[in-house]
Design a protein around this ligand. Sequence first.
Ligand code: GDP
Length: 365
Amino acid sequence: ALKCGIVGLPNVGKSTLFNCLSSAKAQAANFPFCTIEPNVGVITVPDERLTKLAEIVHPGRIVPATCEIVDIAGLVKGASKGEGLGNKFLGNIRETDAIIHVLRCFEDENITHVDGSIDPIRDKEIIDTELQLKDLETIDSRLAKTEKAAAAGNKDAKVEVTVLKAYKEVLEQGKNARIVEFESKDEQDCARNLFLLTSKPVLYVCNVGEADAKSGNDFTKKVEALAKEEGAEAMVIAAKTEEDIAELESYEDKQMFLEELGLEESGVNRLIKKAYALLNLETFITAGEMEVKAWTYKKGWKAPQCAGVIHTDFEKGFIRAEVIKYEDYLKYGSEAAVREAGKMGVEGKDYVVQDGDIMHFRFNV
Ligand code: GDP
């Protein structure tokens, strides 16, 4: 399953965001290191196409895609050197697919800031530096070994040395590993297998107060400009407000609250959509009497690979895929009607699956 890690300094609103994102509850409290165990929660990925299809198919259940969220607490200045509880948690970041970096862009005298003042740019650099130092540590410990193997003529080791050195140079300049681009496939594969913390895709979340929920503020503008420079994504969320919204029972009440804030969609929905885009993820759907279900795959994957998401046997024994476009399913009202209208595609192993495709795989067992 897809896994996103939430990082940020203490008291910036990580647990609050985690709470409004996930069905699991983390404990939010006004002191540093409150969330000392990495909290794991699961979010369902909102997708109105599933609901619309279910109205036609009447399945036993709807199964949305899910995304795991890990609240990684305890990062402070010096974390990579064992300050605070940071070092222990840096390892938890290694296992994630993407990083959600929360930055405090709200003022509140009652909520202590570990470094005294509100300055999201400084905060970002503090966290970045710790992650970079950790990456440098990883690189240095590998380099010693790998250089020996490379000198002895090992080809893979030679590739790795090139990759490690390219990363090291950038990291030593205080930049993140993700800005390095490798040309050869060997180097790219090697780079991926290093699981460096600062090579993971990042989404900056500017946590603001209720009044700035719609348009942000001077702090968020600075973050957005910086993210743009880095080729990263940034977004504004009023986490505490969204936590209140999440507690409302009815859908109508939630919508009304959002409208009052001038928002069309909840921050949770916007965040998940951004995370999907950041990771190049798309959704295909299977629709049957038993269930209407969303499946996650990487943009550009072909039919057999997507079949493999459901079951490895589907990929191994792949014969063909029957594909219905979402719009056609709605328009004709049933699979049979789509078939009759000649709108069902019969696709082979080279078909590149498109977001929203309703798939039916045929395979040998
Ligand atoms: P963490 O240490 O980063 O996990 O921070 P928490 O989520 O525990 O938040 C720390 C404190 O700040 C809590 O008391 C939250 O209720 C509060 N808080 C979070 N977001 C906001 C916000 O947007 N505005 C205000 N005023 N308080 C917030």
